[in-house]
Design a protein around this ligand. Structure first.
Ligand code: FAD
Length: 500
């Protein structure tokens, strides 16, 4: 065992080198103190049972890329396998850790772990530095600016951040001095595992969005080079069912921290500079600000990812219908547009924002009357870009449980998709059993006469399911239920006010 003490940088979410101030602090500290630098990532050995395979692949690829990039800086990544709260104290002793840097996060599970580690670190005299780098703004400062209250509208949020200067995104590609490089004999034990250690790769769908910082920067630069596209971007005019994505798909890179949101912010400013451009909330900058909005709301709200005990969430008597949840998750509702979206999600790990609108509304207030928490759990499994606050916040929005209250605006699983894809090419790709259906019936195959079903080679009720519910009828009934739930919430609030 080396006698030289260590400095640790703990990669949690920000799997990158650029604009990683906490890593920079660790390098500087190690060099100044002449300590060894050990950049670590703590991997849960049971991760396979906790996240979907596509997200697992994205994570492993991101870790491999991070390791490669660290090696270019004369360092490397150390993968520690276990629970951070049990594991880190052992390494604090074994590696004589004196200094630890990491990032600020708001996901309560991560925050709890961090607090437990911080407590032990304090007992062991390990000095900790945490940096805000997963968001553009320090969300806790934004909350403070609003006297601790959560801004419940985007406009309010924007008024709070309008005058905040966003510091430059730092490149820290600084080569680490030789004397900071550990020379342990068992270095191989800390290598990034291969994906095959977790899953049989031959069972996976082709990888459309490879993980990692290198890919993130490439993707960002490709989009930012299209200045006209950036400046004209208006989210409502992008298509939920184009075969190739109509938005950037930078979300998995932002959620894994492969891409710095501050770098994205400054690149957008640069692209917009001197040009006529769209504005928030619909512009690309506006999209990035939605992310900040939900982070701020998530950081300031108790039980943000739950209905019960969540002060901003409408209490709605959803019903848990397992067969509905299963049919929805597997893309077997009998509504081809909904099914195509859910199958794209399962296969590729990413779907367009408006496609998320469609299926989230369908599962909750629109058709199936299932809790948004159930949908959020399935998204957590399948989404490459799963993000605690964005997922919960958007699910509350779509189920009209918080932020958005026009519950009478329901997406039609038939008409909505037709607006941008009359021919149903998207459905034909992801629901191949319907690919020979005539355009007239592609969104409503149950209306096709038996002879056409026969010619198209798929009988409804045999090769493709019957509709799970009758949208025309059920969405009106559900609107009535929403109306009573809203009334009850209002009455309860009024009662609480009169008591206090
Ligand atoms: P672009 O349109 O290119 O936008 C650029 C970036 O802005 C995105 O990468 C994302 O970081 C941010 N952004 C865009 N739209 C939103 C939004 N509505 N809310 C917050 N940030 C936004 N996004 C996640 O990253 N993780 C999630 O777990 C997640 N769950 C969602 C669940 C539901 C029910 C819904 C309706 C939306 C959810 N979103 C989530 C938000 C949004 O759909 C995705 O961020 C977006 O579609 C990602 O694609 P993109 O990178 O091409 O977006």
């Amino acid at each position: 065992m080396s006698k030289v003490p260590s400095v640790i940088h703990w990669f949690r979410l920000d799997l990158r080198i650029h604009d990683n101030l906490a890593l920079r602090n660790a390098i500087n500290e190690a060099e100044n103190r002449k300590h060894l630098l050990r950049p670590i990532y703590v991997l849960d050995p049971n991760i396979k049972s906790k996240i979907g395979v596509n997200r697992l692949r994205f994570l492993i690829q991101s870790l491999q890329d991070l390791d490669t990039n660290l090696r270019k800086l004369n360092s490397r990544l150390y993968i520690l396998k276990g629970n951070p709260v049990e594991l880190l104290p052992k390494f604090f002793d074994q590696w004589q850790v004196k200094f630890l840097t990491t990032q600020v996060d708001i996901d309560p599970e991560i925050v709890d772990q961090e607090e437990a580690v911080e407590k032990i670190a304090e007992e062991k005299d390990v000095f900790i530095i945490k940096r805000v780098q997963h968001t553009v703004y320090d969300v806790y400062s934004v909350l403070k600016k609003n006297n601790g209250a959560v801004p419940l509208t985007y406009q309010k949020f924007m008024s709070l951040v309008n005058d905040i200067q966003v510091k430059e995104a730092k490149d820290i590609s600084k080569v680490v001095s030789d004397y900071c490089k550990p020379t342990d004999e068992d270095l191989d034990a800390y290598d990034v595992p291969k994906l095959e250690e977790f899953v049989d790769e031959s069972t996976l769908t082709p990888c459309k969005y490879p993980g990692g910082e290198t890919e993130a920067i490439k993707r960002l630069n490709n989009y930012m080079a299209k200045k006209q596209w950036v400046c004209k971007f208006e989210k409502p005019n992008t298509s939920p069912n184009s075969i190739e994505p109509s938005t950037t798909v930078l979300s998995p890179y932002l959620s894994h921290g492969c891409l710095s949101p501050k770098l994205f912010y400054h690149k957008l400013k640069e692209a917009e500079s001197g040009m006529k451009h769209s504005d928030p909330p619909v512009s690309l900058m506006g999209q990035l600000m939605w992310r900040e909005f939900y982070y701020t709301a998530g950081a300031g709200t108790k039980n943000f990812d739950k209905m019960v005990g969540n002060p901003i969430c409408m209490q709605i008597p959803w019903v848990k219908k397992e067969e509905y949840i299963k049919a929805w998750a597997e893309g077997k509702t009998g509504y081809p547009f909904v099914d195509a979206i859910m199958r794209q999600l399962k296969q590729e790990g990413w779907i367009h924002h408006l496609a998320r609108h469609m299926v989230a509304c369908f599962l909750t207030r629109g058709d199936l009357w299932v809790s948004w928490e159930e949908g959020a759990k399935i998204f957590e499994d399948y989404l490459l870009d799963y993000d605690w606050s964005l997922n919960a916040g958007n699910w509350m929005w779509l189920s009209a449980s918080a932020f958005f209250y026009k519950y009478f605006r329901v997406y039609s699983p038939v008409a909505f998709g037709k607006k941008t894809d009359k021919e149903g090419l998207y459905i034909r790709k992801y629901v191949p059993e319907l690919k020979k259906y005539p355009t007239a019936f592609i969104y409503e195959p149950w209306k096709a006469p038996k002879s056409i079903q026969n010619t198209a080679g798929c009988i409804i009720g045999e090769g493709y399911p019957h509709r799970i519910v009758d949208h025309e009828k059920i969405h009106k009934e559900n609107m009535q239920k929403m109306s009573s739930a809203y009334r009850m919430n209002k009455e309860k609030k009024a009662m609480k006010r009169s008591i206090s």
